[in-house]
Write a protein that binds this ligand. Structure first.
Ligand code: SAM
Length: 367
């Protein structure tokens, strides 16, 4: 396989990371007020295998949802095979199902046991065929029929395929949808994603940014980190939540302990900003531009800081200057792929480290 194809295969593999219900509950429980009376759409989710569907079906009544819709994609190599919403579903049922949409507008106590839970969802789906519709196409979130459902939805919540993350986000922005989705922290340095963050149209979620998450992977995977409840789990240290729903963490002020000193905070040679190597060291009294690690974004409160741009340090990528180390050529390609130099992107140099690294350029507000 050519190198390019191998890389693609690796990326596409990450598209088959299935989210654990505990991670969904942990994040979604912070946004209750945003779901009341709303239509939630999970558009990369086979309801029979997705914990997103399961979570919103189980909390349909307590959240006061108006409608829950999920659509499933035909291209998934494990769709309808490996995981199941209902543990007793037969293999034939799972493998013969074609791309479909499930729509729920109420969950009554179907089995009259005094509680509304997953058993009622199961009974509802099996007794009322109106909830389940076959899709005409393959369930691609970009297909017209899925876009038509998107137009009717209020909030989109899912873990979309990472290889299509940019396209996925730009579609949500185009249709002006609220969203709460899982992505990769690397996406922060994509020009279009970064711009949304800078303009406060998207933020990271509440779950801590750099702790990583365990995802369920298909049974056929030979490499995994652990098995829990019979499911193979793989840890991805770069996963985080992205949202344009307001949340409490976004209003929390970062407590700053340090004071600025010329010796402790070196300036870049070619850019008027200081290097701050961890967000904990942001000086409380510096009113100029500061270059902080990307992890800062998790602590970013737009009332306290302003984002100026994205800095790429020591990349040797200044316009007209050749990469000064062989390995930087690779990085240059990466940068070019992510976006050309423009108003948001700065290339900077200093002596602190001699490898390329990304910095968010920020300024304190109100000092
Ligand atoms: C990272 S997995 C997550 C699945 C599920 N949302 C979850 O969190 O457990 C991404 C899912 O998107 C599906 N998918 C891939 N390409 C898609 C597309 N173009 N449109 C819709 N879904 C797609 C994949 O098959 C896979 O099931």
């Amino acid at each position: 396989m050519a190198n390019k194809d191998l890389k693609k295969a690796k990326i596409d593999k990450n598209d088959e990371f299935y989210t654990q219900i505990s991670d969904i509950e942990k994040e979604c429980s912070n946004y209750k007020e945003h779901f009341k009376g709303k239509t939630v759409f999970c558009n990369c989710d086979d309801p029979y295998e997705s914990n997103f569907f399961k979570h919103f079906a189980m909390s349909f009544n307590s959240l006061g949802l108006k409608k829950l819709v999920a659509t499933c994609y035909a291209g998934s190599p494990i769709a309808n095979k490996e995981l199941s919403l209902f543990d007793d579903e037969t293999i034939e049922n799972k493998t013969t199902r074609s791309p479909h949409k499930i729509e729920i507008t109420e969950i009554p106590d179907m089995n009259k046991d005094g509680a509304v839970d997953l058993a009622d969802v199961k009974l509802l789906l099996s007794s009322n065929k109106n909830n389940l519709t076959r899709l005409k196409g393959n369930g691609d979130f970009r297909s017209q029929e899925c876009i038509d459902i998107l137009k009717e939805a209020d909030v989109v919540v899912t873990n979309p395929p990472f290889s299509l993350f940019r396209e996925y986000v730009s579609q949500l922005v185009e249709y002006e949808k609220k969203f709460l989705i899982i992505g990769n922290t690397n996406a922060l340095t994509y020009r279009d994603v970064f711009r949304l963050i800078k303009e406060n149209k998207m933020a990271t979620g509440i779950t801590n940014f750099n702790v990583g998450m365990y995802f369920i992977v298909p049974d056929t995977w030979e490499k995994y980190h652990k098995i829990e409840n019979g499911k193979k789990l793989v840890r991805n240290s770069n996963s985080c939540w992205f949202t344009n729903l307001d949340h409490k963490k976004r209003h929390e002020k970062l407590i700053l302990f340090k004071k600025y000193s010329v010796t402790e905070y070196p300036k870049y040679y070619n850019f008027d900003a200081i290097e701050v190597s961890t967000y904990k060291d942001i000086p409380s009294d510096y009113d100029g531009i500061m270059g902080v690690p990307v992890t800062f974004i998790d602590k970013y409160n737009p009332e306290q800081f302003e984002i100026i741009g994205l800095g790429i340090s020591n990349s040797g990528l200044e316009i007209g200057v050749k990469p000064y180390k062989e390995e930087h050529k690779k990085y240059r390609k990466e940068i070019q792929k992510r976006g050309a130099v423009d108003g948001d992107l700065y290339f900077m140099k200093n002596d602190v480290v001699d490898v390329p690294y990304a910095r968010i350029l920020i300024k304190r507000k109100g000092i």
